[in-house]
Design a protein around this ligand. Structure first.
Ligand SMILES: [Mg+2]
Length: 295
């Protein structure tokens, strides 16, 4: 069933390429393109698992998407674990993936810094994610220090640490603050916990700088995902449980989005004036959406 979806997509693409502008068939083909999903971005927590528990049917859904030939990428705002740890976690739930199938804020930030051509970074990130910044880390007194990268340090954040980041940025024109996502808080079994956004806000307040955000819902992050898959943003579907970070972030970047009713989803999410393109009971329904629900 999914194979036939791919056939339809390739015919539609071919039709556009081979049809002169202004013809009715072109308009028809463009309409097909508008409905088309050529790639899928999958959030992890709340979509494929809840904490340590797999979401029923998630492994089968990922497997069906892959069998259909539709390329996919795991896109998460997790900054406390490297891709190797995410890979191991998914494997425990029966989903096998290579490290280059994950896009995380540290990976996106490191790629962005490398793309700037020069300058290294002072890292305020958990030890586990330092490996993603291989060759880019600099001491506070390094001459080529240009960036301050802040991630979810959790209980390691204290006045001295935050002040160290502030001093690197303060009064040094040209230095930039990079935030690994702008998640405000995350939920643990003990309650809500401060994430990256409040610390980015503190540094923005003190320095007058505006942080460059690497992670959902930043447009740049979704565009980087599209770039990695080699597909136009408009042909991508983002599946997530977070209305703002996943569904609306993706839509604002020009992607389609499907919100799942698992993880952090709350029914009140649907009262928000902006809506996702689709709402699914769970990622289990993704293969059906790709096969039937694209119109
Ligand atoms: Mg999530």
């Amino acid at each position: 069933m999914l194979a036939s979806v791919r056939e339809t997509i390739s015919v539609a693409t071919h039709g556009v390429a081979g049809t002169p502008v202004g013809d009715a068939p072109l308009r028809e083909a463009c309409a097909s393109l508008e409905r088309m999903v050529s790639g899928v971005l999958l959030d992890l927590d709340g979509v494929l698992y809840n904490g340590q528990d797999p979401i029923e049917g998630a492994a089968e859904a990922v497997s069906l998407v892959r069998q259909s030939g539709i390329p996919s990428l795991f896109v998460t705002n997790t900054t406390s674990r490297p891709r190797s740890a995410l890979r191991e976690k998914l494997a425990r739930f029966g989903i096998l993936a290579e490290e280059d199938e994950f896009l995380t804020p540290p990976v996106a930030a490191a790629a962005w810094i490398r793309g700037q051509g020069e300058g290294r970074a002072a890292l305020f990130v958990p030890d586990a994610t330092r490996q993603e910044f291989s060759g880019l880390e600099a001491n506070p007194d390094a001459e080529d220090l240009r960036y301050v990268v802040i991630g979810d340090l959790g209980a390691e954040w204290d006045y001295a640490t935050l002040n160290r980041a502030f001093r690197i940025l303060h009064g040094e024109p040209g230095r930039e603050l990079i935030a690994l996502g702008l998640t405000r808080y995350w939920q643990s079994s003990e309650g809500a916990n401060l994430d990256v956004a409040p610390f980015a806000a503190a540094l923005e307040c003190a320095t007058g700088l505006k942080a460059t955000v690497m992670g959902k819902p930043a447009k740049e992050f979704f565009l980087q995902a599209a770039n990695l898959l080699g597909l136009p943003p408009a042909e991508l579907l983002m599946i997530g449980d977070d209305l703002q970070a996943d569904a609306l972030g993706a839509r604002r970047a020009g992607l389609r989005s499907a919100l799942v009713r698992t993880g952090k989803f709350r029914p009140s999410d649907l009262d928000f004036p902006e809506r996702p393109d689709w709402v699914l009971d769970s990622v289990r329904d993704l293969p059906d959406l790709l096969a039937h629900g694209r119109d």
